[in-house]
Design a protein around this ligand. Sequence first.
Ligand SMILES: [Zn+2]
Length: 466
Amino acid sequence: MHLLLARRLPAALFVVLALSTVVPAQTKVTAPKNKFPVSEDVKLGKDAAAEVRKTMPLLAEPAVSSYLSGLGARLVAAVPPEFRIPDFTYTFEVVNQQDINAFALPGGAMFVNRGMIEKVASEGGVAGVMAHELSHVLLRHGTAQVTKAQRFQIGAIAGQVIGAVVGGTTGGLIAQGSQFGLGTYFLKFSREYEKQADLLGAQVMARAGWDPREMAEVFKAIEKDAGAAGPQWMSSHPNPGNRYEYILQEGKALKVSGGGSTAEFQAVRAKLAALPPGYTAAQVAQMQKAGTSPNAAPAPAPRTVPVALPAAQTRTVTVEGVRLSLPANWSQQAQLSSPTFAPQGAVSTSGSGAAFTHGVQFGWAKASSGVLDRETAGFIKGLSAGNPQVRWSGRSSPTTLSGASALSSTLSNVSEVTGGAETLTVVTTLTGDGRLFFLIGVCPDVEAASYAAPIDRVRQSLQLPR
Ligand SMILES: [Zn+2]
C-alpha cells in the first residue's frame, strides 16, 4: 500500500516522507577475536555435551522435546548468513530441572531446563532465551573467552571452555573434573559478550518471527526473581547494565512478522504439569556430585525378582497391636526394622541395609502439627531425603484407614534392588496419641496389575490399636 502510494507522489515529496519515517538501524555485532579453529568449538562442545548427558537428568518426553527442537530449528533457520557456521550441529535437549536456566555449548548443543517452559509466560520468552544462548554459540564466545584468557598464562583449555560455557554448578564441576582451579571470572561470560548475545539474539528472534520485547521481559523477570528462580542464569549471564532498555531499543530497529503459538505452548505446559515435578538445582548438584544422575551410566537392565504372586487366600496377623489381613504367602521380614510383610525372595540385603521389592510395611512417625496433609508431606519429604529417586506430584487423595480419615499418596521410585521403576503407595493417618501412622505398599511397575488390589485389601483390613 505505502509503496504504491509513494510511487505516485512527486519525487521531492517522497524524499521528505522517507526522512520523516527513518527507522533506527540494527546494531552491527562482530564476533570477538578468536585464535581457535572452528573445529575446536566442535570438539570441546561434543565432549562437554557427553559430560552433561551423563551428569544431568534429561527429560525424555517426546512432545516436549519435539516442541523445543521446533523452536530451536526456527531460530537456526533465521540466523543471518554472515553468522552461519556450517560445521556446527544444533541440538536442543530438555533438562528435568525446575529452575529457569538454559545453556549452550560450543558447536551447538543446547540444554534448556523444563522450568524455563513452566515459568516463562510466553513462547516468545522461551525463544528469546534460546536465541541469546544460540548467539553465544554463533559468536564462539566460549573459545573467544579463552583466547582472551591467554593473557593470564593459563595452559590447556578444555576445562576452561567447558566451565565458561556451561557456567553455574555444572561448569564448576566439569572444570574441577578437568583439574582446573578456575576463578569465577572464567565461569561466566563477560558483560561485553552478554550484550553481544542479547543484540544478536534479538535480531535472530525477530527474523524468526518473535518480538524481542519478550526477551527483554524475561530477563527482567528472571532478575527480579533472581533469588528463587534464576540464580544460575544470573551467575553465568550477568546483566551488562541497561539490558532491558537496550533490547527494547534494538527491537525498534527490527521487523517482526509472525509470532508465537499460544495453543502449542499451553499444550506443552499442560503436558509438563501432568508429569512428576522436575528436580531442584540442589538435587541436580547432589546427583552430579554422587554420580547418580538417572542417565549416569547405561542403565543396567532392570533385574526382575522372581517372587510368587500374592495368594488369593489371606491370613490375619497382629503385630505391635496392629491387626491386618495379608496374602497367605506373605510373612514378616525380620531384616527390616519396621514391620514388613513380603513374599519369599522380595527382601534384599546390601551394604546400605535391607530393601524390599514387593509387599507392605507399616510404622509410626512423629507428628507435631496435628494437620494430616502437612504431616504427610513432611513424611514423604523424609522418605525422599533418604532416596533421591523418589518422586511425588505433591498430591494425595482422601481415603480411610482403620475407620479414620487418611490420605493416599502415590510415589514413583527406582528400586535400589532391581534398578527398575517401582510404585510406592503411602497411606497415612493421624493417631489418637498424636503420631502419624503410615502403611507403605511397594511393587515393581511391571507387576502393578497384580499388586494394586492385594495392597489395597491390606489397607481395608488394617485395624489400629485402640
Ligand atoms: Zn549469556
